[in-house]
Ligand binder design. Structure first.
Ligand SMILES: [Zn+2]
Length: 354
């Protein structure tokens, strides 16, 4: 019966025998002991069967049948037989079950790493609680950081872009393997010198995908002159989209001059540039995407101000720049945020526009 239980509870752990299983209704307690006659010293590897003493370890284990599981594992302390060895005694470990000074079993540790990888700290801790695993968000993050780094591969094509460590203030550079889409490195700055150092340390790069700003181009030119530089798809689409939007908005007056066959619906993409185009006075209640956003943001900021929240805190809370918050705070009405945002200035091209 007990050997069957042992197969059931520790299928991939040789060298351990179940002595008894009991439950107090909430938790399952599994009493077990080690079966080998002796153990090898961790320092000198000499085998010994001379037992010094024994005691119980209580590593937390994976929940079983929806209940918390507690292992009560009797381990022995052995004398090291080698007189030259610096270690006099040592405690046996069960491979694939325990490690020195660890209060969880290997399989619980692996499960926690997996939860941490999938959900990170807070969400992972919430799920763990549901699953009957007692842990904290910091422990989950530590489990993830304990994992060995994946083996470094020599990338052929890399994508580089900047990312915000603190939006509007501190930016770093993320380097991605363009073939596997794995993050290769995070660099603390977004200047040419930082990326150049990284590229110099990784010879053999054939393609650098980048945005069209100068810094990364300069880094690639100096540190990886052999590499083909490619404007990455995201930035091409982004630039194209903003160019199209600007052009269409700039030509909105052309659309207005056409005799409309039916009442013209307001396009959703209307921007303040369009709203203000060619008019000396602007409508009192502008419409369109920017106006909607201005109305919502204005309400939000003034709501927080009314609650006595300071500008600095509002900025941090919303993840905006402090100046943006300040402009909303100074505007008495949301319409003031839209008015006069961008007026169309007279241009030499005006006579030819039609
Ligand atoms: Zn030894």
């Amino acid at each position: 019966m007990l050997s069957k239980l042992c197969e059931l509870l520790f299928p991939s752990v040789p060298g351990v025998a179940v002595v008894a299983v009991s439950t107090d209704g909430e938790a399952i307690r599994i009493e077990a002991r080690c079966t080998p006659a002796g153990a090898a010293c961790p320092d000198c590897a000499r085998w010994t069967e001379r037992v010094h003493s024994s005691y119980l370890r209580f590593p937390a284990d994976l929940p079983a049948a929806g209940r918390r599981a507690q292992l009560a594992l009797r381990v022995r302390r052995f004398f090291c037989p080698a007189t030259a060895c610096g270690r006099r005694t040592f405690v046996e470990q069960v491979p694939r079950l325990t490690r020195r000074h660890d209060r969880v079993t290997e399989r619980l540790r692996q499960t926690m790493s997996a939860i941490g990888l999938a959900l990170a700290g807070r969400a992972g801790a919430r799920l763990s609680q549901v699953m009957g695993i007692t842990t904290s968000r910091t422990t989950l993050l530590r489990r993830v950081m304990d994992l060995p780094d994946p083996a470094a591969t020599q990338p052929r094509a890399v994508g580089v872009d900047d990312f915000a460590l603190r939006r509007g203030h501190v930016y770093g550079t993320v380097v991605i393997d363009a073939e596997t889409h794995q993050v290769l490195d995070l660099l603390p700055e977004r200047d040419a010198a930082t990326l150049a150092l990284w590229l110099a340390a990784h010879p053999g790069i054939e393609v650098v995908c980048r945005d069209r700003a100068g810094a990364y181009a300069e880094a690639a030119d100096t540190a990886a002159p052999q590499a083909l530089q490619v404007a990455d798809r995201f930035h091409l689409w982004q630039n194209l989209a903003s160019a199209v939007e600007k052009t269409v908005a700039g030509h909105r007056s052309c659309l207005r001059d056409l005799p409309p066959p039916a009442p013209e619906p307001e396009p959703a993409w209307e921007t303040p540039v369009a709203a203000a185009s060619g008019e000396d006075t602007e409508p009192d209640d502008p419409t369109g995407r920017f106006a909607e956003r201005a109305r919502a943001h204005h309400a939000l900021v003034h709501d927080l101000l009314a609650q006595g929240v300071g500008l600095r805190h509002i900025a941090r809370h919303l993840g905006w720049g402090r100046h943006t918050v300040q402009r909303y705070a100074r505007a008495a009405r949301w319409q003031d945020m839209v008015k006069g945002r961008k007026r169309q200035l007279p241009s030499k091209l005006d006579p030819f526009k039609t």
